[in-house]
Design a binder for this molecule. Structure first.
Ligand code: LLP
Length: 425
């Protein structure tokens, strides 16, 4: 995770920057992103997945700096809206290293993708084929992949499992809709089918489902060759690599995953008489998650019905994940030495509903009080990218920390921002 160092007086530094200093300078709540950690994770992926394309999944978190770091490190990008795409390309991200996803791509999404020249568009439904084929200017060809649902159950929570048939993403292998779609795509002169894609789900902590996906997709590639005489050159296994949110939790070992996937791919292709396709992976959480730290100020402490509620100045508007997926975090008191033993507390947000809980049943020093700072590690993925404007509480700023320096990347959302959009009476 982000390189934290304990300092004197109970303070904590991330990448050499004391958190008390960040709170002082930028206010709270605030999100820190350890640039060195993001870059190190990108490099670790490239080292592990040699001879593969690693695409950062922008949905985990995107801002211009993030796009810039990822591009500089040599990764590609997975986007799923014209917004993510435009932000990346206008930051200088090479469009040909970008893949566009989406189960319901809008006309604007497709127009932006074609205008900016994205490398691949991933077809997610049968109805998209004709729509996309017609949007490509005659005489040119758009490289596409097909998102296949391989019928594999994997992922940390029911809401983020996408490998089984009964859901909105992709085309099923089991009922033959993937095979039908592929036949239709191959008949479109403006589309060039370059490969198969699948994304099994998110927060997956074992390698097995990926190996199973390799076998099933190589099996489909073999059938495509048999039926259509076409050898597809690419195989995209999506993302979903799980991380530890609390000390002691399981995370997927990326180097081991890469080795096993490579071995399985080589073996399955040899058995099917196919050349080994180029591999693509799309990690989001595993790159951004551990590099982020959320910083809150305690506003109220309430002891009632045998429970201690510690209320902070953020909540479900900047981190909806505990409410959505029951995820557990390990907040830490920072900025002063603890003078009491740890006690079980519930860290709650400031929003007007009882479900606004950030961390249930965690241990904090028994003397935790208003004015204290709490840091929540592993906050870099799917917090701010899923943040809302609930209760008109502005979204927190994003601060890059590197080599002892902090710099503002994204400023705090202000009442002026809300007012600016509110144009009618
Ligand atoms: N590729 C595709 C096509 C995806 O749909 C996703 C995530 C990824 C890659 C990246 O997955 P990752 O490596 O980050 O697990 N909001 C949820 C996670 C939703 C993931 C959606 N798709 C959460 O907070 O856990």
């Amino acid at each position: 995770p982000a390189s934290t160092t304990p300092l004197a007086h109970g303070d904590l530094a991330v990448a050499g920057v004391p958190l008390t200093e960040v709170a002082e300078r930028f206010g709270t709540p605030a999100y820190l992103l350890d640039e060195g950690d993001v870059r190190a994770r990108c490099r670790a992926y490239l080292r592990a997945f040699k001879d593969a394309d690693v695409l950062y999944a922008a949905k985990a978190f995107l801002c211009r700096a993030m796009a810039h770091w990822v591009a500089e490190e040599g990764l590609g990008l997975d986007v799923c809206s014209a917004g993510e795409l435009e932000l990346a390309v206008t930051t200088g991200f090479p469009a040909d290293r970008i893949v566009l996803h989406g189960n319901a791509k809008s006309p604007e999404d497709l127009r932006a993708a074609l205008r900016l020249g994205v490398g691949r568009i991933v077809i997610d439904s049968a109805s998209e084929i004709a729509r996309l084929a017609a949007a490509v200017p005659p005489g040119s060809r758009q490289k596409v992949m097909v998102r296949v649902v391989p019928g594999i159950a994997a992922g940390g929570h029911a809401k983020i499992r996408t490998g089984t048939d009964d859901q909105k993403f992709g085309l099923s292998l089991t009922d033959g809709s993937a095979q039908h779609a592929i036949a239709r795509i191959l008949g479109q002169p403006t589309l060039e089918l370059v490969g198969l894609h699948c994304h099994l789900g998110s927060q997956i902590t074992t390698e097995k489902p990926y190996l199973c996906a390799v076998r099933r997709l190589v099996g489909l590639m073999a059938r495509i060759k048999e039926q259509h005489g076409v050898t597809l050159p690419e195989l995209d296994l999506g993302g979903g690599h799980g991380i530890a949110y609390r000390p002691g939790e399981d995370a997927l070992d990326i180097a081991s995953l890469a080795r096993k996937v490579r071995a399985e791919l080589t073996e399955s292709c040899a058995a099917a008489g196919l050349p080994v396709p180029r591999l693509l992976v799309e990690p989001g959480r595993a790159i951004a998650g551990p590099a982020g730290v959320a910083l809150y100020r305690v506003l109220a402490v309430k002891r009632t019905s045998g429970r201690t509620f510690v209320a902070v100045d953020g909540g479900m508007s900047d981190n909806p994940r505990p409410a959505l997926y029951g995820v557990r975090y390990a907040p830490r008191l920072v900025g002063r030495p603890a003078t009491a033993d740890p006690e079980p507390v519930t860290v709650v947000g400031r929003h007007c509903e009882a479900g606004d809980v950030l961390a249930d049943d965690v241990r904090l020093p028994g003397d935790v009080r208003p004015g204290d700072l709490l840091a929540v590690p592993v906050a870099g993925a799917y917090h701010l990218s899923m943040a809302s404007g609930y209760n008109l509480v502005g979204r927190p700023p994003v601060i890059a920390v590197a080599d002892g320096h902090a710099r503002l990347l994204v400023r705090r959302e202000s009442l002026e921002d809300f007012r600016g959009r509110d144009v009618g009476l």
